[in-house]
Design a protein around this ligand. Structure first.
Ligand SMILES: [Ca+2]
Ligand SMILES: [Ca+2]
Ligand SMILES: [Ca+2]
Length: 435
């Protein structure tokens, strides 16, 4: 049963109660206190309840089950008669329905490419069943044709996809495109695809990406294009929260030709390198690339909060010729420009960007044009030789502050919750760390 049914049922009941009260009052005012009137009230209440009941069941939705031991000639409507393919389930769903996928590896023969949208109150959900591990392996999808996407949300909306692994796509892992909006992608791992792990493009908007890891994505042979996350070609007003991008051949995040988006509590690291630390020949290796466009295009106006870029081949945070300013609040950049490039830095911005409460530490440095509005950052305050609770990227307290750190309470208010007297500098407020 979908989560929407319970609040609706409650709403219906309180509506009936209100109506009953209203009629009682009217009847009492007319002093018609007869047994017949009471019967009438009861009957009206029943008629009203009957009229509302279809609405209650309408939102409950159908559950479909998919299993590696199922059959696409089954109904899929209960655990004992599951479908075999996710594609079949996707072809059956209507608004309010949920697809539960049992544990196992699903080798796609074609892209998962829904054509039906949910609605704001009746989303369509695709998720693993219980805590079972579901791997969507797209190596053979569409005959393994170059550019194939494992999951393609083209012009569809109000989908929720969660708790699955998406891997080995010949091209992009998950694509949200062609004006697709209000989709939620949550608690996923996207890895080892032949293109960008997750890409929003062609005017996709209002999509929410939460707790998604995108890593080891690489477009052979040179690794020029595969990013962890991309928000390109007119994609706007999308949100990334608690996401991580690492060891992607090109960038962690890339906002080429897109923008107006939000990134919070996210991390980009080791981009431009494979898992063994070898640089991909054409990988830019930027942590957060916040702009870039073809001639006459636009990009930028992204807001990054509480996020960290470290150990990337190129820059940590980069404006990349964005046409609109970007905003950075409480970010940490550490040991970027491992490639020792003349043009890469922890932070490089040149277009009136706003940077507050941020930290540059280790190698990388800062290069800002005079027009960049930067205040209360470690470099503005002359804070160098910064130490952290840990500088081991595998430690859970990596880049956290320690008590007594000169970064504590040195920030200014930027609308982010803080502890003690004032905001700290960097992505991790002491006592309010979020990793
Ligand atoms: Ca590139
Ligand atoms: Ca890129
Ligand atoms: Ca503080």
């Amino acid at each position: 049963m979908a989560l929407t049914s319970r609040p609706k049922l409650k709403q219906a009941h309180s509506y009936i109660k209100r109506k009953r009260k209203g009629w009682s009052t009217i009847i009492a005012a007319n002093t018609v206190h007869t047994a017949a009137a009471k019967v009438l009230i009861a009957m009206l209440a029943l008629v009203l309840a009957a009229a509302l009941c279809p609405q209650v069941s309408h939102g409950s939705g159908v559950s479909y089950y998919v299993s590696t031991s199922g059959s696409d000639s089954n109904s899929g409507k209960n655990l004992s008669s599951p479908l075999l393919t996710i594609n079949k389930a996707v072809s059956l769903v209507k608004p309010g329905d949920t697809i539960y996928v049992r544990g196992g590896t699903y080798k796609l023969t074609k892209s998962i490419d829904p054509t039906v949208s949910g609605t704001a109150s009746s989303r369509i959900t695709l998720q693993s069943y219980g805590g079972e591990q579901v791997v969507v392996d797209a190596a053979g999808a569409n005959g393994g044709r170059a550019g194939t996407k494992a999951i393609r949300l083209s012009g569809v909306s109000y989908w929720t996809i969660s708790k699955i692994h998406v891997t080995k796509s010949p091209g992009i892992g998950i694509s949200i495109q062609d004006g697709a909006h209000d989709n939620r992608i949550e608690s996923l791992n996207i890895y080892s695809n032949g293109g960008t792990g997750m890409q929003l493009e062609t005017n996709a908007y209002n999509n929410y990406i939460n707790a998604v890891n995108s890593y080891f994505n690489y477009d052979p042979p040179y690794g020029e294009h595969a990013d962890g996350f991309a928000n390109k070609a007119g994609a706007r007003n999308n949100t990334f929260n608690r996401c991580k991008a690492w060891n992607n051949s090109d960038d962690g995040w890339d906002f080429w030709g897109g923008g107006y988006s939000q990134i919070s509590k996210s991390e980009a690291f080791n981009n431009g390198y494979n898992a063994s630390g070898v640089h991909y020949p054409e990988g830019d290796g930027t942590g957060f690339k916040l702009g870039g466009q073809s001639a006459g295009g636009w990009s930028g106006s992204n807001t990054v909060r509480n996020s960290a870029a470290y150990n990337n081949y190129g820059s940590g945070f980069l404006w990349n010729n964005a046409t609109m300013k970007n905003m950075l609040y409480n970010t940490t950049a550490y040991n970027n420009n491992r490639g020792k490039l003349s043009y890469a830095f922890n932070y490089r911005f040149e277009n009136g960007d706003i940077i507050r409460n941020s930290v540059s530490a280790g190698t990388g440095g800062v290069r800002l044009a005079d027009n960049v509005d930067n205040k209360s950052n470690s470099w503005n305050l002359g804070l160098t030789g910064i130490s952290f609770a840990s500088v081991d990227p595998k430690a859970s307290n990596f880049l956290y502050l320690v008590s007594g750190s000169p970064l504590i309470d040195k920030g200014i208010q930027v609308g982010i919750t803080f502890t003690n007297k004032a905001p700290d500098l960097g992505a991790f407020e002491l006592g309010a760390e979020w990793r």
